[in-house]
Write a new protein. Structure first.
Length: 536
């Protein structure tokens, strides 16, 4: 145990007596960080908090008034000195009355050091006691770390490590996953209710930042916890929570650090397993798309459980890139409800297969990760490829605030939506193929320039200004486009056909983004009279 004022008072050889200032009873049991002697009028520049100052009072003359004593005591209290020990029978036969009064008034514990007790004896005692305490704590820490390492070798490695940590620390311990949800590890104690909400909020905030961090949470009733993230920057795997009323000392911090290292290794091993599971999911999806339903169903059943029952909806996630936390939550939801959701990565896409009534749960998951998805109309397993194509088309309509777009909604978006639902995109691509498939680099901007020109109602000057080209250059480029596509852009029908094709093909044809005040959803007619403004 570290030395305290109470333990010093219990040592008869030091002849210490409490004279006054015991306004803080708990001060007797606080560890003494240091003992120092000084007769300076202001020793505080050389002192640190938490110690015992000894003096023989040479700095106090017989004529010293109460103000001198009060200022002296206030300086010691400002420096967070625990107590003042005054040696009598050296410079003073008794402790000066003004100093006794100041200590009593201000609440600084005042001890009389009698019978010429050597200050060095007190200093050495405290130093030896603190050194013994540090050695004991170090030995405890090393033994605890060895016990934790042995626990890691058990079949239930990570759970055994956490139970050992709980036992050694004498407090509750919890492990949260990358989503901030508690992992079942078999520890004995639950998270106290008073601190549970604070722990959950602090864990989610730390995980959202994506950087290693340590956080302290304190409840009004005294319950507290220390949180430490697991994993590396940008790839946090969870949070270790240790419930301790006081901040961890060096010995306990070393033990917790050892557990964090083991838990991080276990989490990375789990990450490798997750990657393997994702690859298996991708293989099962390919079997489903190829129509090998019996093999895919048996494989999925052995690993995850029963696949969703038709009618189904196919979804394609729209977010760049797909975050690991989203995959983690999809995995967790699919594990709990295998008959509601199957998902897999396919090239750069995350493909979802869910029950017809599962879009609400999907929208909630996507909303938590700022993601969206296009969702097909109801299909059966044999129509999975058609559902995937519909989901991709619906995914183009995902916008902020609209996380889940059903394919059926495309028909409500006017004629273009109807054309898209009807599969008009391949026709549009065929019309634009001479440009889209051209190897000539000069053809790369033709559709973009046409889109801007059409958006300006076929007016050359404003379109040229937006494109930062001369109006004659723009006219010449569009004449090249007319020749490649076999269109006559002086005719409204050809303009409408080109504009619709660009809208249907999307980004590959430099999709037009309507300007404020322009009418989207209707092709720009322009002036068909062949005036100088429209046709030069």
């Amino acid at each position: 145990m570290p030395a305290t004022l109470r333990s010093l008072l219990a040592r008869p050889e030091f002849r210490l007596t409490v004279v006054g200032g015991l306004g803080r009873p708990d001060v007797l049991d606080r560890p003494i960080a240091w003992v120092h002697n000084s007769d300076l009028a202001d020793p505080t520049p050389w002192l640190e908090p938490g110690g015992l100052l000894l003096t023989d009072g040479v700095q106090f003359s017989a004529a010293a008034d109460g103000d001198v004593a009060v200022r002296y005591v206030d300086r010691l209290l400002d420096r967070e000195v625990l107590a003042l020990g005054f040696a009598t029978e050296v410079a003073h036969a008794a402790i000066p009355a003004p100093l006794v009064a100041a200590c009593e008034a201000r609440g600084l514990l005042l001890l009389e050091v009698g019978a010429r007790t050597p200050f060095m004896a007190i200093i050495r005692y405290v130093a030896d006691a603190n050194a013994a305490e540090q050695t004991e704590r170090l030995e405890w820490s090393l033994e605890a770390q060895r016990a934790v390492a042995r626990a890691a070798l058990r079949p239930d490695g990570l759970a055994a490590v956490l139970r050992e940590l709980e036992s050694r620390m004498g407090c509750w311990v919890a492990l949260l996953d990358a989503l901030g949800e508690r992992v079942a590890t078999g520890v004995r104690h639950p998270i106290p209710a008073s601190v549970e909400a604070g722990v959950a909020a602090a864990a989610r905030a730390a995980l959202a930042r994506g950087m290693p961090a340590a956080v302290r949470v304190q409840a009004d009733d005294g319950e507290a916890a220390t949180l430490q993230t697991l994993g590396r920057r940008g790839r946090l795997r969870g949070v270790l929570v240790v419930g301790a009323a006081a901040p961890l000392d060096a010995a306990k911090h070393d033990v917790v650090s050892a557990v964090i290292g083991l838990a991080s290794v276990a989490a990375e091993q789990g990450s490798a397993l997750e990657s393997a599971r994702l690859r298996v999911r991708s293989a099962v999806l390919e079997l489903l798309l190829a129509g090998v339903l019996d093999v895919a169903g048996r494989t999925a059943g052995r690993l995850w459980g029963r696949l969703p029952v038709p009618p189904l909806r196919v979804g394609v996630v729209v977010t760049a890139p797909v975050g690991q936390t989203l995959l983690d939550e999809l995995e967790r939801y699919a594990d709990r409800h295998p008959d509601r959701l199957f998902f897999a990565q396919r090239d750069d896409e995350v493909v979802l297969v869910l029950r017809r009534d599962g879009t609400d749960a999907l929208a909630a998951i996507l909303g938590r990760h700022a993601a969206g998805a296009g969702v097909s109309a109801p299909v059966g397993w044999k129509e999975l490829s058609r559902g995937l194509d519909e989901a991709r088309r619906a995914a183009r309509r995902v916008r902020p605030g609209r996380a889940c777009v059903p394919f059926e909604d495309l028909a409500d978006e006017g004629l273009l939506g109807f054309l898209d639902v009807s599969g008009a995109e391949p026709v549009a691509r065929r019309l634009l193929a001479p440009v889209l498939d051209s190897a000539n680099p000069d053809h790369g901007d033709l559709l973009r320039m046409a889109a801007v020109w059409l958006e300006h109602q076929g007016a050359w000057d404003p379109a040229a200004r937006e494109l930062h080209v001369h109006r004659h250059t723009l006219r010449n480029r569009l004449q090249v486009l007319e020749g490649l596509l076999g269109l006559d852009l002086s005719r409204f029908s050809d303009r409408a056909e080109l504009w619709s094709a660009i809208q249907l093909v999307g980004d590959a044809a430099a999709r037009v983004v309507p300007r404020p005040g322009s009418r989207s959803g209707a092709p720009p007619a322009g002036d068909l009279s062949g005036s100088a403004e429209t046709r030069g």
